[in-house]
Structure formats: structure tokens, C-alpha cells
Design a protein around this ligand. Sequence first.
Ligand code: ATP
Ligand code: MG
Length: 395
Amino acid sequence: MTDRRTVLIRYDEIGLKGGNRKFFEKCLLRNIKRVLSGTNDIIYRSPRGRILLDIPASLGAECTVRLKTVPGIASFSIGISMAPDFDAMADLGVQWIEPALESVSSLKFCVKTRRSAKSFPKTSPEVNFEVGSRIMTKLSSRGLTVNIKEAEYVLEIEIGSSETVVFDNREPGLRGLPVGSSGNVLCLLSGGIDSPVAAFMMACRGCRVHFVFFDNQPFLGRGGYDKVLSLAKKINHFQARGTLFVVPFQDMQAAIRDHCNEENRIVLYRRMMYRIAGEIAERHGSMALVTGEAMGQVASQTLENLAAVSCVTSLSVFRPLIGMNKESIISRAKEIGTYETSIEPQPDCCSVFMPKNPVTRSKIPFLERDEEKIPWQELQDDALTRMEIIKVDDL
Ligand code: ATP
Ligand code: MG
């Protein structure tokens, strides 16, 4: 058997993009090359509707791990490229199926062909028959039977215009759109469970996600800061080139705590976070804010309170978790590998000055009256001047 393998990469939604399709494909190819950089001897090809990688067989496992971190890939298979010759394809199938027959008395199998080169003289069912019957001739006495509906082993053949690939495996990808195809967004990243999941979901919609963390080290210590660095790094793994803005927030929080109505505190902190984030987004080229808020999850996330925070910025505010329950958010966090970091104990910058009875239906005029009691514009400018800017790739 050859020591080369072909990785056949499928993408779904990109196929729907009409005239923009080339642009999306280029984005995806660029992102794939980035995750595989540092691995030698890969040849890239992109025939219509697919991306093919010609790799050394020894790289298969490493490629699998890396390709699973690329938004925009629907699924991929590792197989072998060959001429569309029925005998050769059947021989390969026999070679692959034989070991599986050693440990069982019977095995149901089928051949599935997809033919994008319509010039190929046989239809897909005909190819299935030609290859399948050749395999059966050699292996039916060993317990192999054909069963299309309940196949335990599927030999797949993809006949493209320039290349035919034979494979027997499919790995799911992250799906969605390739990062870079939808522009930049800025995610308000706390050390909690929710916001990293929200950031990840936007990366899977093609956005490059930057991060802003409102830090209160003098009161809360370095724990939150370290957690956010680690979370930003984990999310950046799916996209690269993210920036993390760390805004010193202690003076703003202290001013709100000391001068404003206690019950309004949380919403007031949040309004200032949104204002500052909006300013950073505009200065650094992000077109929308992203948060980990979910409807009704905590007192600050009622309809009234969400409206009372959104209205301080003219940017779109995206809340990808809005309709999700905590359980599904947690399982998502586990899948993407942020959960363990998120649950490390850390006092929350909003809970430390948490009022006993936070308002659940805040009224904007009351909030504005509270804000008149503090020099929030000066505090905002000062926080922005002292902000730390971190390139997440360098962490
Ligand atoms: P998370 O798990 O994301 O912290 P949460 O359920 O704890 O969410 P809140 O603490 O109410 O929710 O925060 C709601 C959203 O506000 C967060 O998802 C995040 O987007 C943003 N946020 C809260 N605190 C901070 C912070 N210190 N820095 C940046 N963003 C924050
Ligand atoms: Mg939180």
C-alpha cells in the first residue's frame, strides 16, 4: 500500500454561497494551512466542492486532531487516491475489510459511491455493484454479506473530475463557516462558563473573535486575569489572531458601589462594560459585541435588564446563548475544553460588590440618574488609557 494518504475535506454551508463561494473556500483553505503549519510534506488541492490534502500516512492521526479545530469543515475522511479502476478499488477494499473479519463470524457491508465527475461512464449504483461484487467474490465465504441499510462497514468511493478517493471513515468537523469570512467581533469574556462558549459559537459563524476582560485585581487578585488568559488562548485555538483587551475596572466599580443605588449596581457595571467595549470595538475594528448572557439565567439577565444594557451602545449585541439552558451550555463548554478552566474558583467582579436585592426590572431613567452621580466618562477614559492589549497568539 502506498505511504501517502488523501484527506478529503467536506464543507457544507459554503456550498450555498453562490458568487462568494470562492472567497469562503479561500478562507477555509488558509485556515487549514495555518493549523497544519509545521507539518511537512503536505500537498493541497481544491477541486470543486472539496479540499484534498495529500499527506504522508504517518501524519494521519495528527491531521485528524488539528482539523477538528477548524470551523467551516463539515466532515473529513482519510483515504487513498487511485485511478477509478474497479479491480484496484476492490483489492483495496478487501485489504481493509479482511482484518475486520478476523474477529467476527459475519459482517454486513456496502459500497457507497459519489460521482461528481459526470463524465465518468458508470453511474454511482453501477460502481457500487462493480466494486461490491468483486469484494464479495473474495470475501463472501468468510462471512461478508451486503446490507445497505444496516451496513457495519461502509467502503466509500468519491469519483471527482481529477481524482478518485477510496475511504472507510468519516470524522465530524465543527461545521459552520470559516473564521475570517464574517469580520471581527468583540466578546466580553469573564472567567465564567458562558462567555467562552458564546465566543466559540461566533468563531463557528466565521467571525474572528477578540476579547475584553474587565479586571478588578486590587479587590479580587490575579485569579480572574489568569483564567481569562487561559480561556482566550483556548478559544483562539479555533481561529488564531485574536486580541485580548484587559480593562482595569476597579475604580469604576468602586465609584458605582460608593455613589449609586445598591440595587442597580450590577446593571450599572454592565452598562459601563458595554460602553467601554463599544469604544474598544470601534477603535480596533470590531463590528459587534458578544456576551454570554442567556434569558433569565440570573437577575441581571431579564428582558428589562438586557434592554437596559444594550441601549448604551449603537453596536449590535450578539448573545448566542440567549435561548440555551445551563445544562446545554455546560456540555458545550466541556466539548470545547473550556469548562475545567471556567469552574476554577474565582470571585466574580460583579458578585464581589453584589447587592442583596439586585433589581430585576430596571428603569432606564433611574439608571441614568445614578450615573449622573459619578464621573463615568472620566473613569472610562482613564480605564481605556490604562488598558492592556495582548496578542493571544503570543501567549
Ligand atoms: P459567564 O459564565 O460568562 O461569566 P454568567 O452567567 O456568570 O456568565 P454574568 O456574570 O451575569 O453571567 O455575566 C454576563 C455576561 O457579561 C458574561 O457572559 C460576559 O459576556 C459579560 N461579563 C460579565 N463580567 C465580565 C467581566 N468581568 N469581563 C468581561 N465580561 C464580563
Ligand atoms: Mg460571570
